[in-house]
Design a protein around this ligand. Structure first.
Ligand code: FA5
Length: 331
C-alpha cells in the first residue's frame, strides 16, 4: 500500500471510532490541520522523481477531500444526538418547588427603637440625630456639671482627646438643640452610648438610650409623668405600673428615676428604665431662655431594658452577641 493509502486507512479508522464531535474536531486538526499529517505527507514531494510529483500531489488532495467529507458527515450525524443530550441535561423543571429566599429581619433592638420613634413622633416630638463621638462640653459642661463634679465619675468613658469622647448619655443632644431652636419645642434622639463599665447582665460598655425633652410655658412634673405613663403603656400594655423616686442628675431639678413593673415578668419586680426630671434652670438660662416664662422636662431611658422587660430576657448581652438562635426569635 502506498503511504497515501496507509494514512487514509489510519485516518478513516480513527474517524469511524470517534464517538463525539469534539473528538472529530481533534482528528480534523491532527490530519487536515496546517501542521497536520497530510501537510507532512506533502512535504515529502520534494524527494520524489519530478514526473511522479503531480500525481502524488493530486492523490493527497483527493484523499484530504475524502477525509474532510467523512469527518463532516460524522459530525453532522453526532451533532443532533449531542444537542438533544445537552437539552436533556439543562432541562428546567418549572413544576419543581422554588428554593426559599432567606431574608433578614431587623434586630430586636432596632425594632424597639422603631417602636419608640413611632410613640414619641406620635406625641409630637421631633426626631433629631446626634453624634456618638461627642464634644466633652455637650456631654458634661452644657448639662450643668460643675468642673470635676463626682457625678462625672459614674460616667467614665472612652476619650479621643481632651475635648472629644464617646458620649456617655444621649442627653448630650440637648445643647445641640438649644443652640438651634427657640422654645417651644419637643425633641428626642435615639442612639448608642458608651461607658467604661464592667459588663454584666444589665450593663454593657456600649448600649443604647433614648433621650427626650420638651420646653414650653407651664411645663411641670405632671407633663413628665403623663408622657412617661403613656410611653410605658404603649410599650408594655395597659397593666404596666410606673414608679418615680427622687434621684440626682446635675441637669434636672427635681430629678427622679423612672421604673416600671409588669405582672407578667420577673414576678412584677421593678426595673429602672432611666432618669428624668425638670430641666435645670441654669441650662435654660445659659441658652438665653427666659425661665420666668418657660420650663421643661427631660428624660433618658436605656433601650436594652425595654425588650428585656417586654420579652423576659434576663441578660442584656444576648442583644449584643449576635447569636442567630436568640435573634431569630424576634423575627
Ligand atoms: C442617664 O444617662 C441620664 N442621662 C438620664 C436622664 C436624662 C436623666 C434626662 C434626667 C434627664 P443613667 O446613667 O441612670 O442616666 O442611665 C439611664 C439608663 O440608661 C439606665 O437606667 C439604664 O437603663 C441605661 N444604662 C445606663 N448605663 C447602662 C449600661 N452600661 N448598659 C446598659 N444600659 C445602661
Amino acid at each position: 500500500m502506498s503511504v497515501i493509502a496507509n494514512l487514509e486507512a489510519e485516518a478513516l479508522a480513527a474517524v469511524q471510532s470517534a464517538q463525539t464531535t469534539a473528538e472529530l474536531r481533534q482528528l480534523e486538526l491532527r490530519f487536515l490541520g496546517k501542521s497536520g499529517e497530510y501537510t507532512g505527507l506533502l512535504r515529502q514531494i520534494g524527494s520524489l522523481p519530478a514526473e511522479e510529483r503531480p500525481t502524488f500531489g493530486q492523490q493527497v488532495n483527493e484523499a484530504k477531500a475524502r477525509l474532510q467529507a467523512k469527518i463532516d458527515e460524522r459530525i453532522e450525524a453526532l451533532k443532533g444526538g449531542e444537542r438533544a443530550a445537552q437539552f436533556e441535561a439543562e432541562r428546567i423543571d418549572v413544576t419543581m418547588p422554588g428554593r426559599p429566599v432567606v431574608s433578614g429581619v431587623e434586630h430586636v433592638l432596632q425594632q424597639t427603637m422603631n417602636r419608640i420613634k413611632t410613640v414619641f413622633s406620635g406625641l409630637g416630638f421631633e426626631y433629631v440625630e446626634a453624634p456618638d463621638l461627642e464634644e466633652f462640653r455637650y456631654n458634661f459642661d452644657v448639662l450643668n456639671y460643675p468642673p470635676d463634679h463626682p457625678a462625672m465619675d459614674d460616667q467614665d468613658t472612652f476619650y479621643i482627646d481632651d475635648e472629644h469622647l464617646l458620649r456617655t448619655q444621649s442627653t448630650a443632644f440637648q445643647g445641640r438643640v438649644f443652640e438651634t431652636k427657640a422654645p417651644p419645642f419637643r425633641a428626642f434622639t435615639i442612639g448608642r452610648c458608651y461607658r467604661n463599665e464592667a459588663v454584666d447582665r444589665t450593663h454593657s460598655h456600649t448600649f443604647h438610650q433614648v433621650d427626650c425633652f420638651m420646653v414650653d410655658e407651664g411645663i411641670s412634673m405632671a407633663h413628665l409623668k403623663a408622657t412617661l405613663g403613656l410611653f410605658a403603656r404603649a410599650m408594655f400594655g395597659d397593666d404596666v405600673k410606673v414608679r418615680f423616686r427622687p434621684d440626682f442628675f446635675p441637669f434636672v431639678e427635681p430629678g427622679v428615676d423612672y421604673a416600671i413593673s409588669t405582672p407578667k415578668l420577673f414576678n412584677g419586680r421593678w426595673v429602672e428604665l432611666g432618669g428624668a426630671g425638670l430641666i435645670h434652670p441654669n441650662i435654660l438660662e445659659n441658652f438665653g431662655i427666659d425661665t420666668e416664662r418657660y420650663s421643661g422636662f427631660a428624660f433618658g431611658l436605656g433601650i436594652e431594658r425595654i425588650p428585656m422587660m417586654a420579652y423576659g430576657v434576663d441578660d442584656l448581652r444576648n442583644f449584643l452577641e449576635n447569636d442567630l438562635r436568640f435573634l431569630r426569635q424576634f423575627a
